[in-house]
Design a protein around this ligand. Sequence first.
Ligand code: NAD
Length: 506
Amino acid sequence: MTSSEDTARTAGSLPPGIPDGIRHYIGGRHVDSVSGATFEVLDPATNRAYTTAASGDAADIDLAVAAAKEAFETGPWPRMRARERHRILHRIADAVEAREDDLAAMESFDTGLPITQARGQARRAAENFRFFADLVVAQRSDAFEVPGGQLNYVHRRPVGVAGLITPWNTPFMLESWKLGPALASGCTVVLKPAEFTPLSASLWAGIMEEAGVPDGVFNLVGGYGETAGDALVKHPDVSLVSFTGESSTGQTIFRNCADGLKGMSMELGGKSPAIVFADADLDAAIDSTLFGVFSLNGERCTAGSRILVERPIYDEFVARYAERADRIVVGHPQDPATEVGALVHPEHFAKVWGFVEAGKSEGRLVAGGCRPEGLEEGNYLRPTVFADVPMEASIFQEEIFGPVVAITPFDSEPEALELANGVRYGLAAYVWTRDLERGHLFAQSVESGMVWLNSHNVRDLRTPFGGVKASGLGQEGGYRSLDFYTEQQAVHVSLGPVHTARFGAR
Ligand code: NAD
């Protein structure tokens, strides 16, 4: 243990159950990296290291993929009846729920998320397993009776070894969003969680064992994207890659999947607009747009980080919004009063800070833009609001992924649409108006994978989830997720003589 870890460990703030060193999990065994390499894991509230994690590379990925391949080719998992996998997935959900308190404490400690917002994560993660467990037994396959003597039906089978690569924002929940459908479909997996936040992922091994998942079905290799992640994407025995992260990383992975013609699912970045028309319920719009960008520390892909406000209510909106943003409680992630905690990592904090500095000349700073008083160490930033932000500003165009919002006025619906669509991203959009006809028509014209009318992001697991433009490729949610991990084979059965041109018979 380094002296800095020592300091963090003796500071009395460590939640229980933190391992002394986080290891890979391969073929049912906890193992160190083949090379022995590790990296330090930092507490975002102090930036002091509190533990180390095994840093995997191609050699560890080879072992994990070999274990997953063996489990896929010779093990029971892909051949199990759906009903049996359904039971095991529900047991995974039970095991996740049983760890709710530990998970919330770990997630808050590792990511800097306020503890009250980390609390729901276990339930949502468990729900992902229950949902896909139920879906896989309710699933129907198409069958067509062809008049004149043929029956066609669709036979589904799991694709193979899935590589799952996840980001650091709400890490455990996002891991469950991939593990649920991949395992429900009968695939075996290698998970590569984000290097900033390896802590909660260390719970998966115990959860899978408790639920009775056979060895080799679930494997986990920690480490950096450029080493462990890259090797996983390029491994010839990995049939498909499900990735959530930045758009630029998605582009690299896309290129690296090309050689193997691998299936890909990409959930990428966002710069989602909230469009507030003058007839909106202003109180509700203010509550919702504050929550939409400042919850989860602003580190959420669907954050409504650009607010477009119709001119007649613009000044009032900005004044009230800034006043509320100023009163948001920024504090230690473990404090139940905290509304915005510490950003995940000093590297990310530096990136966000760069945008705050840029924003000071690109727009009009009306709240935040500095550290909160009394929090001199750690990655803390006061909720930051810029008004009068023009479309070409970097804080309008780029994903900041922190508690920073840009507000821009508009005078007409076409202008609102131009502003809304004037970025390279297209993940979510939020429309605020009491005129439902306008709401629907505007929603249908926004270039985004998901739109909420008069609401922030509240989602049913059956609906499509995903982005357009630079925000993603492919939609997940409901059966779409199962389809991704499943091959659909068309079986054509003739029920009578088949007309055949008799080549060579003349
Ligand atoms: P990131 O792209 O830096 O990293 C994501 C994961 O990819 C990490 O595990 C990382 O180690 C790995 N990685 C990095 N380079 C790689 C490479 N060359 N090959 C293989 N793997 C590699 O993203 P991040 O900073 O961890 O997460 C934040 C981003 O995720 C934001 O852009 C956010 O919008 C996006 N996100 C999107 C969604 C969505 O559903 N659309 C959800 C959550 C987060």
